[in-house]
Design a binder for this molecule. Structure first.
Ligand SMILES: Cc1cc2nc3c(=O)[nH]c(=O)nc-3n(C[C@H](O)[C@H](O)[C@H](O)COP(=O)(O)O)c2cc1C
Ligand code: SF4
Ligand code: SF4
Length: 268
């Protein structure tokens, strides 16, 4: 059975999870949402199974993923699932949000199953990367979870995302505020003299929100806040206020810069 797995990623966690699931499903194709959104109009996938893998942002979906979900018509797809990757908790609120968008959308067809996987947190605006050993432990546990999820998908296990009053409250309080300011939040980003004009930041940005002007990045204010530019800059030259200066950077150790560049249709 053919599976189409749509993914969005900033620092590689969701891509690593999507790859892990895809490799266990047989005939499976990975499709970057960042590239798929460029084609206008409804998206009507032809597949026996469709999955959506995304990071969790403030107990909700990245803006791009929410917009893409609104264009998906899954009425002819027999099995639809989603996997949220997250640093801590709150995946159920985003899965419910996605289920609602799909149900209200063109296909009037929501999720059959929703899952969450705990991964290393990447929100450098609030915290730095954990140490290598802690990351390795989290990723080991995540691998087992990915195996469990792929097994459930293979067996066609169904179950609506659970409802948690705590997650719904946080979603209501924090997510709406985050989404209102998300595209303009790059106004906080600055670049310092450590910049070597390597252009990695522009290459890994999934939404072409960075233009290199006179060798330095400038931000175009349609940011998704995925953190890729800050996290992937090899010289730590990008900051978002004074606090990010001393924080360790994070990228999923199994995902290279080229794979992140390919998400936005670059890197060939
Ligand atoms: C803007 C932003 C908001 C986030 N909010 C949450 C959150 O509410 N709860 C959580 O557990 N993790 C949160 N995270 C962490 C990510 O969901 C997590 O690290 C994810 O696996 C990153 O996936 P990626 O590497 O595919 O981008 C947030 C990260 C970002 C960038
Ligand atoms: S990734 Fe860093 S060093 Fe490279 S161009 Fe961007 S800011 Fe400069
Ligand atoms: S500008 Fe940076 S944080 Fe914003 S979407 Fe691009 S890579 Fe992500």
């Amino acid at each position: 059975m053919k599976t189409l797995l749509y993914y969005f990623t900033g620092t590689g966690n969701s891509l690593a999870v999507a790859k892990g699931i895809c490799s266990r499903l047989g005939d499976c194709e990975l499709v970057p949402i960042a590239s798929a959104v460029r084609t206008p109009g409804p998206v009507v996938p032809e597949a026996g199974r469709v999955g959506i893998v995304s990071p969790l942002y403030f107990f909700g979906l990245p803006s791009l993923v929410a917009d893409f979900a609104g264009r998906l018509d899954l009425s002819r797809v027999p099995y639809v699932f989603s996997v949220m990757t997250m640093g801590g908790s709150g995946g159920s609120a985003a899965l419910r949000q996605l289920d609602g968008i799909l149900n209200d959308g063109a296909g009037k067809r929501g999720l059959d199953a929703g899952f969450s996987v705990r991964m290393p947190g990447n929100y450098v605006m609030m915290y730095g990367s954990m140490g290598e050993r802690t990351i390795a432990k989290i990723l080991q546990k995540a691998d087992r979870r990915v195996e469990e999820i792929a097994d459930k998908v293979n067996r066609g296990v169904r179950g609506k995302p659970s409802w948690s009053p705590f997650s719904s409250l946080i979603h209501g309080l924090m997510y709406q505020k985050f989404i209102r300011g998300v595209h303009e939040a790059d106004r906080k980003f600055t670049v310092d003299d450590r910049c070597t004009s390597c252009k990695t930041c522009a290459g890994v940005c999934p939404v072409e929100n960075i233009r290199i002007v006179e060798g330095r990045p400038t931000w175009l204010h349609h940011c998704e806040q995925c953190m890729a530019c800050i996290q992937l800059c090899p010289t730590k030259a990008i900051q978002a206020g004074p606090k990010t200066e001393g924080r360790e950077r994070y990228r999923h150790p199994g995902i290279d810069v080229k794979s992140l560049e390919e998400q936005a249709g670059r890197g060939e």
